[in-house]
Each structure stands twice: as C-alpha cells, then as structure tokens.
Design a protein around this ligand. Structure first.
Ligand SMILES: [Zn+2]
Length: 291
C-alpha cells in the first residue's frame, strides 16, 4: 500500500523524484564511540526543517505546510484521522509523514496507542515522534513520521550495546536503560499493549514533574514491532536546539536535532557543519539536549 503510494509519487511529483534520487549521492560519515556509532548525513534539502522557526509568533504567521499541501501530494487515509504521506524532503530511503487531518497541536497524550498500531500495520517501518519542543518543525500540527526499518543505529544498539541495563522485568514486559550512550535512553519491550500504555504513562508523568511549564515532557519516541514484541524507545529531552544553533559566525551550527538524530543519524544541512563535526562536538550537542 505504502510502496504503491511511493511509486506513484516518484512518477508524478518531480520534487519527490529528484530528492529521493539525490539521496543516493549523499555524503555520510561515521563516528565511533565506545561500542556504538553515530552516523552523520549531509543533507542540504533538510535546511527547511532545520532552519524552521518554531517559536509561537513565527508559527502563527506562516501557512501550515501540513494543511497547505502541494496538489501533487497524494495520501492514504489511516484511521481514525491520519494521512500517510510521502515526505518530499527525505532522510530515509522511504520517509513518511503521518499528520492528523485536523490542524491540532503536537501532543502525544491520547495517541500512544496510534503509535503502537502504526508499528503493527507498517511492519517494514519504524514510527517516530518529535515532541513540540523536541525537534518538531510543525509543533502546531500533529504528525508522526515513519522510515525504513534498519536505518537508525539505535535499532541495532538495543540488541548489541553492552551498556544496556535491565531496570525491571515482570510477566508482561521489560524496561531497559542505555548507560553511557551519549543520550538518556529507555527501552520498553513487550507484546502487551495495556502494559506499554500504562508504563509510558507513568514515565511521562514522572518526567513532567521536572518540566511542569511544558505542555508535555520533552521527548522523542521511536517504535517498531519485532516478532510479537513492540520496542518503544524513549529519549527524554531538555532542550529543543543546541546553543550553537543561535550562535553567529564560526561557532554556529545549523542543527535542529529531533528523533532521527537521537536514533543515531545526525542530519546536517550545511557542508561546513558536516566537515566540522567530530567526537567532541557530537558529545557536546547531545549533552545539551538530553535530559
Ligand atoms: Zn496545519
């Protein structure tokens, strides 16, 4: 179903054809840390998203790009009120945007079950969520994203990283913590939807007590299904963008890290930033943004 949509859009929407073809020639760099890697993707087309002004005033003044979609963009309705769309500015080989059809704010409350259901219905994809102040470029219009399974290093790391520690295991599921992983990361594994919903609810309530002025605790989520188990990855956040984003001159870095970056692929739209990136800078950026 999604594959057919993707083929249709490749054929009938030149921007999609061009940008997905462009992905083949993109530059990559890998930086090794202790037993895991961070990948850097130089992706100039992502400048729109990275440079997007997401303060309330700018958001109120711009036409919403999820409401005012190009006529070439086709979508598949997904109940109760979502649309599966091909993202014309991809990071993944197939990159979906999954907005609500209504212009309603980016809030995860009441939608976690949709995240799990999408993971079940799109078995070749990981499903992604950016909190409104944790990397989302449209905090005023609810949307999930999805990308090909196997693309984000965290999918591999949760099985092989030696710093993965069991926090709790009961009859219904397990909770892990990734130690010394540059970013705070919890892993929930279970085939029991009710358990996952209840555990996620408890975690967000706890996190919210540290960030009471936020509408919801700042976080990025990644979810996919593996055999009968869901894997839910939670990255609690403390900042939307790093200090260097607001700097001028040489210190400036045009990075707006969201869920993909926390999954282990740093998306970098400017070549000078891509060239400059090293271990220290990566450590610095994650340490500013993680909770
Ligand atoms: Zn909208």
């Amino acid at each position: 179903m999604v594959e057919e949509l993707f083929q249709e859009q490749l054929q009938h929407w030149p921007v999609v054809a061009e940008n997905y073809a462009g992905l083949q020639h993109i530059l990559w760099k890998e930086i090794s840390f202790d037993s895991f890697e961070i990948k850097l993707q130089f992706n100039p087309e992502r400048i729109r998203s990275s440079a997007a002004k997401t303060d309330e005033k700018s958001i109120a003044q711009r036409p919403c790009f999820l409401c005012n979609r190009p006529p070439e963009q086709k979508g598949i309705p997904y109940p109760p009120s979502y649309l599966l769309l091909i993202n014309p500015y991809p990071v993944f080989p197939v990159h979906l945007t999954i907005p609500d059809t209504r212009h309603v704010p980016q809030r995860i409350a009441g939608r976690v079950q949709d995240l799990f259901r999408l993971a079940e219905d799109l078995p070749d994809y990981t499903i992604l969520y950016n909190g409104p102040h944790a990397g989302a470029s449209a905090p005023d219009h609810f949307h999930f994203q999805a990308g090909n399974k196997g693309f984000l290093p965290v999918e591999h790391d949760i099985h092989f990283f030696p710093g993965k520690k069991l926090l709790r295991k009961d009859l219904l599921g397990s909770i892990y913590y990734m130690e010394n992983y540059l970013r705070t990361c919890f892993v929930y594994e279970s085939n029991q939807l009710e358990w996952l919903l209840s555990e996620f609810d408890q975690l967000t309530r706890l996190l919210h007590t540290f960030q009471p002025s936020e509408e919801e605790p700042m976080l990025n989520l990644i979810c996919w299904k593996e055999q009968e188990n869901w894997q839910l990855i939670v990255f609690p956040r403390s900042q939307h963008r790093p200090r260097q984003y607001y700097a001028t001159g040489k210190e400036q870095l045009l990075l707006a890290p969201g869920v993909v970056d926390f999954g282990g692929v740093l998306v970098i739209p400017r070549k000078e930033d891509f060239d400059k990136m090293d271990k220290n800078l990566i450590e610095d950026i994650y340490s500013q943004l993680t909770f």
